[in-house]
Design a protein around this ligand. Structure first.
Ligand code: ATP
Length: 138
């Protein structure tokens, strides 16, 4: 089986959508293997978003991700990386397909950063890297 690192971002936690995200993950049949509500740090985010460093949305993204707690979790299941990205939907919540987390629950708030409720790892190597960042030792 496979593991993925999922975050309910600060907008999702603030809006009370943590339970809804977990409900969809569990209803799909994936297993929660770690779950923690916590506020990120610049150190963690610098690692987590290393690939975006230098992009125009990088600083606003980091500030947004520091704006409140995130629900960090590791989920497990056959092809869970692809599976969760499919549950989450496209990055832009305005055009993400209805039926997905972002498509059903997200929209464009006219802010500098896409506030799109969730993060999910995009490949096996990034999943293991991100799990090491958020849950060292797991
Ligand atoms: P993730 O699950 O990490 O969000 P993603 O493919 O949806 O993956 P990435 O391209 O990895 O998104 O970008 C990471 C995050 O940065 C996005 O989820 C979004 O919050 C923000 N972001 C990405 N592109 C833009 C953009 N053009 N303008 C503003 N914010 C952006």
């Amino acid at each position: 089986t496979q593991r993925s690192l999922v975050l309910v971002k600060p907008d999702g936690v603030r809006r009370g959508l943590t339970g809804e995200v977990i409900r969809r993950i569990e209803a799909k049949g994936y297993t929660l293997v770690a779950l923690e509500l916590r506020t990120a740090t610049r150190e963690i985010l610098a690692q987590h978003y290393a690939e975006h460093e230098g992009k125009p949305f990088y600083e606003p993204l980091v500030e947004f991700m520091l704006s409140g707690p995130v629900a960090a979790m590791v989920i497990e299941g056959e092809r869970v990386i692809e599976g969760f990205r499919s549950l989450g939907g496209a990055t832009d919540p305005t055009t993400a397909a209805p039926g997905t987390i972002r498509g059903d629950l997200g929209r464009d708030w006219g802010l500098a950063v896409q506030q799109n409720i969730v993060h999910g790892s995009d490949a096996p190597e990034s999943a293991e890297r991100e799990i090491g960042i958020w849950f060292p030792g797991l």
